[in-house]
Design a protein around this ligand. Structure first.
Ligand SMILES: C[S@@+](CC[C@H](N)C(=O)[O-])C[C@H]1O[C@@H](n2cnc3c(N)ncnc32)[C@H](O)[C@@H]1O
Length: 511
């Protein structure tokens, strides 16, 4: 690497998250085959052609996403790295109890990665890390990518984008000053700090009045778990980036930008409105185009995919053959897939042909890419339209990858063990409330009531409400009514019954 490493400081090694455990999350866009599909659609040959991949998550938190991804990919090898000892203990215990032998969790700081004997990786992901660590640690990570990401390997990196988030700098200063006034950080002190910001906003502080996106984030923070709020706003290091700044750091590790994993973002006609397109297209530099799209959308967050080395471009035939070999399905009920779709540019109207036949075919999922391809005319133009249709359906968030029928039984067996392990951990008071779903090798995050309705449903569809009430009670939890525990069983069951209709219409079809 050309530049000398930035000097180290005390903040490098001890962010707050070394002491405070992170929440359990599941992030579907980190799935290896989704990242590979992103590359494929951009015409970039994805890694792991031999069928088995090595995958590393830097800053894996509680390791839930990584364990579920590993459970869905028996032949892959997964490694999670995080310096929080409690999180690594939890993650390792969950993987062990679920019988997953293809995932390993390592307690280590990004500062010491070179000391570890790790394999070379096809995919390295960093979600919720890059904006929250010092320049020195970013340099260590770039150095790791330089050494350990294989040629043609993929790197996913998410970060806060300066365009939509720079106004939060003062918000964070205010919260942090308010927390210093409280003394020790605790959920109560975090709530009091937010209350200070609230008071200023309510009394008409011009900062909040003129920075409405930050005001919205204040309102959102008031509804969140204090641990999440702490990680988001109180971390001593926080750098919102412009695209070109991260791209320049990634270039140090020979990484080339492939595109955003928010698929619609990558296509000017979906990302920029028609009346700005001519100005947009007069900027030849891709980094400037990313800036313009960001300004249009007031972009707060980016989820970017990079490839190691030059983009190894596939031939159209190879691209089509790879897409035809995949299996797809709808990510939401067919009724929630209108032809009028929201994309960053605004609203797009999809033509009936080929979208109605494609959506109808997808409803009977899993459906192979080869079968979907048959809904478009034969020949090269049909091939292009097929790729384009997949891009639009992914951009509209209607489409997802599905487990190939031949793999479903294995995935189901492994996911059953993961779900049983999560259920035991949840009953032991860990708030995981996540159910792994074999048909797409992903997971659904639920609220506690929905989660216990799911648990009740597992024992049979009868009297779900009564059973969920009992399970909640046995786990030491209560049904919440107007922000506090329901005053009696009748109220609790009425709340659960209301939740049950949402569970039946929204959650059950996705399981
Ligand atoms: C905001 S959390 C994100 C966790 C996970 N990727 C997710 O999105 O849920 C940041 C994670 O990075 C870890 N982390 C922060 N600094 C680190 C360092 N220097 N070395 C290793 N892990 C670190 C924290 O322990 C925490 O789990």
């Amino acid at each position: 690497m050309s530049d000398p490493p930035p000097a180290s400081s005390a903040a490098d090694e001890r962010n707050f998250d070394a002491e405070l455990e992170y929440t359990y999350g599941f992030f579907p866009f980190l799935k290896a085959d989704s990242l590979m599909l992103n590359a494929l659609l951009a015409g970039v040959r994805p890694p792991g052609a031999q069928g088995s991949i090595t995958y590393c998550e830097l800053g894996c938190g509680q390791g839930l996403t990584l364990s579920i991804l590993a459970a869905g990919d028996e032949s892959g090898r997964y490694v999670g790295i995080d310096y929080n000892p409690a999180q690594i203990t939890n993650a390792s215990a969950l993987a062990r109890e679920a019988g997953l032998d293809n995932v390993e969790f390592i307690e280590e700081s990004f500062a010491n990665l070179q000391a570890r004997d790790l394999p070379d990786f096809d995919i390295v992901v960093l979600h919720g890390i890059y904006s929250w660590i010092s320049p020195k640690l970013r340099h260590d990570i770039v150095e790791f990518l330089n050494r350990k990401l294989k040629p043609a390997g993929l790197c996913f990196v998410s970060y806060n984008c300066a365009i939509g988030r720079a106004s939060d700098l003062a918000f964070r200063q205010l919260l942090q000053a308010a927390l210093r006034r409280e003394g020790t950080p605790s959920p109560g002190a975090i709530a009091k700090s937010l209350a200070v910001a609230d008071a200023f906003a309510e009394k008409g502080a011009r900062y909040f009045a003129q920075n409405t996106a930050t005001l919205d984030r204040l309102k959102d923070a008031r509804t969140r778990d204090p641990v999440y709020v702490f990680h988001e706003y109180f971390n001593p290091v926080w750098t919102p980036f412009f695209f070109h700044e991260v791209a320049a750091e990634m270039a140090e590790a020979q990484l080339t930008y492939v595109g955003s994993t928010s698929v619609a973002w990558n296509y000017p006609d979906l990302a920029v409105p028609g009346n700005l397109r001519a100005i947009f297209e007069s900027f030849p530099a891709p980094a400037d185009q990313e800036l313009l799209k960001g300004i249009w959308a007031n972009q707060p967050f980016r989820r970017d995919l990079y490839v190691k080395g030059a983009r190894s471009v596939m031939s159209p035939d190879e691209q089509i053959a790879s897409l035809q070999a995949l299996h797809f399905g709808l990510s939401r009920p067919r009724a929630d897939c209108p032809l009028k779709v929201n994309v960053p540019a605004g609203v797009a109207n999809l033509p009936d042909k080929p979208f109605i036949p494609l959506l109808d075919a997808l409803e009977k999922s899993p459906v192979s890419g080869a079968e979907l391809r048959r809904h478009l005319p034969p020949g090269a133009v049909g091939d292009q339209d097929f790729v384009r249709a997949l891009i639009i359906l992914l951009g509209a968030e209607y489409l997802e990858l599905r487990t190939a029928p031949g793999q479903l039984a294995t995935v189901r067996r492994r996911f059953d063990r993961v779900n049983a392990t999560i259920a035991r951990a949840t009953d032991r008071s860990q708030d995981i409330f996540v159910v792994a779903t074999p048909k797409n090798r992903l997971a659904i995050r639920m609220n506690p009531m929905s989660y216990y309705l799911y648990r009740a449903h597992q024992t049979g569809p009868d009297n779900r409400v009564g059973k969920a009430y009992r399970l909640l009670e046995e786990s030491g939890r209560s049904v919440q009514y107007k922000g506090r525990p329901a005053p009696d069983r009748k109220t609790a069951e009425a709340v659960l019954a209301e939740q049950e209709s949402v569970f039946v219409s929204n959650t059950l079809p996705r399981l």
